[in-house]
Design a binder for this molecule. Structure first.
Ligand SMILES: NC(=O)c1ccc[n+]([C@@H]2O[C@H](COP(=O)([O-])OP(=O)(O)OC[C@H]3O[C@@H](n4cnc5c(N)ncnc54)[C@H](OP(=O)(O)O)[C@@H]3O)[C@@H](O)[C@H]2O)c1
Length: 333
């Protein structure tokens, strides 16, 4: 029997290309079906990856006879709609970040997956990278003591196009949901849910945040600030895109660009860096894909590594940040 895992893709854009390249490198998976709003685009993508099924609408994909899970790679504005469409049809989903527009949508997605017993996971690829796993292991083994502050940035200079998904409010554009999510994720992973949160943004001509700064505070039992996160994201400048985890007895310096396959150093109290290097194959998306495949093969409906409650928790922090900067997307109340 052929046990090759059969992926379907909804929204064959830039990230779907990278994901499909990584699936093509796996010997236990393949792209089986592609759905686009255009039959020509679906056929071209399917040809490129040897996928036997191509559909000129997303809805038609649900009729595919060879499908084990769907990867949703549309702009964030459409994650909810197509995730719900698949879950309601009983089809497992890996949905790109940001998981949804807001936590209300995310909650509905999670509730539906749980009620129907269908697998769902946010494609928060950084969580599954060997660097992240190693850093968590080091922190658990007390390599730098208790983490007391997190500093992380993510910035690149995006060509200004008001219609593009990065700047268009109808497509949930802006720095926060696209790239600011990564520093927020790191703070959440290391320090949990913040007690206080402050944010300021530069809102551009299309009404979305082009640059955002965030300060997150975590209290000890006495209501005093005990730990902090300093986070920055921008679509208007190339920034170093590094992360620092400052512990009580050392630092982890996650080198640029920290959110993707990268290297890091552990700097102890003697100030000397101990460097960790990793060998990479591909773009880094095979780790999340393999987690989905492992979970589904084991009959699980969510991942233990990045469970749905964590996706919800992250989305709730993003909602709080948006409330601070007064950013609402069209159709939100
Ligand atoms: N994990 C990562 O490293 C990473 C990196 C980049 C992006 N992403 C995430 O992946 C998602 C897609 O990003 P991308 O850069 O691949 O975007 P993209 O190149 O613009 O592709 C998105 C695709 O979605 C489809 N789509 C459906 N409705 C659309 C609409 N109303 N407007 C535009 N496109 C629409 C389009 O395909 P058809 O028209 O052919 O159906 C389009 O090609 C975003 O949520 C983003 O946050 C993740």
């Amino acid at each position: 029997m052929d046990n090759t895992f059969r992926w379907g893709i909804i929204g064959p854009g830039k990230i779907a290309q990278q994901f499909a390249q990584d699936i093509a490198r796996l010997d236990n998976a393949r792209i089986s079906a592609v759905a686009s709003r255009s039959a020509e685009r679906a056929e071209a993508f399917a040809r490129q990856y040897g996928a036997p099924h191509a559909y000129g609408s997303y809805e038609e994909l649900l009729g595919c006879p060879e499908l084990d899970a769907v990867y949703i790679a549309t702009p964030h504005s459409h994650h909810y709609t197509y995730t719900m469409m698949c879950l309601n049809a009983g089809v497992p989903v890996l949905c790109e970040k940001a998981f949804a527009l807001n936590s209300q949508q995310a909650q509905e997605m999670v509730d539906t997956a749980r009620q129907k017993g269908v697998f769902l996971m946010e494609a928060l690829w950084t969580r599954f990278l060997p660097t992240t796993l190693k850093i968590l292991e080091l922190i658990q083994s007390d390599a730098i003591g208790r983490v007391q502050s997190v500093k992380a940035d993510f910035g690149f200079k995006a060509p200004f196009d008001p219609q593009s998904r990065l700047f268009n409010a109808d497509l949930a554009g802006g720095a926060l949901l696209d790239i600011g999510l990564y520093p927020v994720f790191l703070a959440y992973l290391m320090l949990g849910r913040p007690d206080q949160l402050h944010a300021a943004a530069r809102i551009g001509s299309t009404g979305v945040d082009e640059e955002i700064g965030m300060l997150l505070q975590y209290e000890d039992g006495n209501g005093q600030t005990a730990r902090m996160a300093h986070l920055h994201a921008t679509l208007r400048a190339h920034t170093k895109t590094e992360a620092f985890l400052y512990g009580e007895k050392g630092t982890i310096h996650w080198h640029t660009r920290w959110h993707e396959p990268s290297n890091f150093s552990v700097i102890g109290e003697d100030g000397r860096p101990h460097n960790h290097y990793f060998e990479w194959q591909g773009n880094g998306y095979s780790y999340e894909a393999q987690e989905v495949m492992r979970c589904i093969a084991a009959g699980k409906t969510e991942s233990d590594i990045w469970p749905l409650d964590r996706s919800l928790g992250l989305m709730q922090i993003l909602d709080r940040v948006r409330a601070e900067i007064g950013l609402q997307y069209p159709g939100e109340q």
